[in-house]
Design a protein around this ligand. Structure first.
Ligand SMILES: *Cc1c(COP(=O)(O)O)cnc(C)c1O
Length: 321
């Protein structure tokens, strides 16, 4: 991969970098900043816009007429891929975990508005059958481009290498130095791309991925992060270069617990900002707990990277109250 990887414009950049002043005062900890990737544009925003600028450019370069990808029923990645396909005049097929629900809401509602064709995958929600779907569509004379689960491959990760360059110029003009960045981490392209970007920009700051979804355990996830970052930057990364905190998995992927509910309410009430029940709310809850436990006792500035996901709020409804 190189910086000259083809890119299409799909979002609004740079996203705002803001201080969470009221929250920082209330917690009496470090200054907390927020990077507003919930405002990347492309159908309610989110981190996948950054990956899709590179992935969709590759799809177009390969002459594809269709994109396919996979995720959970409330996948933000699928919703943003569907929107990107609509904007670029491509067909979109989505392979979603579960079976067709009776209530069409949140991201799933938006998928249909963007005219994506939905295939229900039963117990699989990570695109286990994406290749089968690709072959089926090829048999129908379509040219499907396979966007991997979460958009996490070295092409998608380029979006977050670029995101750190964007952050660098914002930090430089504010004259702020960060001690730590906290971000939700799940399929890995975000955290891996950021790690590559931080090294590329020479930014010396801790990067903490809050694990959102149970993984294979041991260091398999860190190994995949290292492989992605190495490929994205053409430099060697080791699994030990990555910090993944698995303390906040609660009752599993997409299950809202007290921690998420309280974190969502706290940020909403003190700053008027929404985080989502699955990813950014869980990561935010993790950051609050780390602050309470003194993990940033010597830090001056920490950054919460908001990765979006807000349409999922509507699928959870009163569970969030
Ligand atoms: C996909 C997603 C993430 C995780 O990003 P990865 O690159 O898959 O690790 C975090 N937050 C939101 C809202 C997402 O949709």
């Amino acid at each position: 991969m190189s910086e000259r990887s083809p890119r299409v414009s799909l979002g609004f950049f740079p996203t705002p970098l803001e201080p969470l002043s009221r929250l920082s005062n209330a917690l009496q900890g470090p200054n907390i900043w927020i990077k507003r990737d919930d405002q990347t544009g492309l159908a309610c925003g989110g981190n996948k816009t950054r990956k899709l600028e590179f992935l969709m450019a590759d799809a177009i370069a390969q002459g594809s007429d269709t994109v396919i990808t996979a995720g959970a029923a409330q996948s933000n990645h699928c919703r943003q891929t569907a929107a990107a396909a609509a904007k670029l005049g491509l067909h979109c097929h989505l392979l979603l975990g579960g079976t067709a629900p009776s209530d069409i809401t949140g991201n799933l509602l938006l998928d249909s508005l963007f005219n994506a064709q939905i295939h229900w995958a039963g117990t699989d929600r990570k695109g286990e059958a994406l290749h089968d779907l690709q072959h089926q569509l090829q048999a129908q004379d379509l040219k499907p481009y396979l966007v991997p689960y979460g958009g996490s491959n070295p092409i998608g990760a380029q979006g977050f290498v670029a995101a750190i360059a964007e952050l660098k110029s914002q930090l430089d003009s504010l004259k702020v130095e960060l001690d730590a960045i906290i971000v939700a981490s799940s399929s890995g392209g975000t955290q891996a791309g950021m790690a590559a970007g931080l090294r590329q920009q020479g930014i010396d700051c801790q990067l903490i991925g809050i694990s959102i979804d149970k993984d294979e355990g041991s260091t398999a996830y860190e190994e995949s992060l290292a492989a992605l970052a190495s490929d994205a930057l053409q430099e060697s990364f080791l699994p030990s270069d990555f910090t993944v905190d698995r303390s906040y998995l609660g009752d599993g992927y997409g299950v809202v617990g007290t921690a998420e509910r309280e974190a969502i309410a706290l940020l909403a009430r003190t700053e008027g900002i929404l985080v989502d029940p699955v990813y950014s709310g869980r990561a935010f809850a993790g950051m609050l707990d780390l602050i309470n436990r003194g993990a940033f006792a010597h830090a001056r500035n920490i950054l919460f990277w908001h990765t979006g996901g807000t349409p999922a709020i509507f699928a959870y409804g009163a569970q969030l109250l």
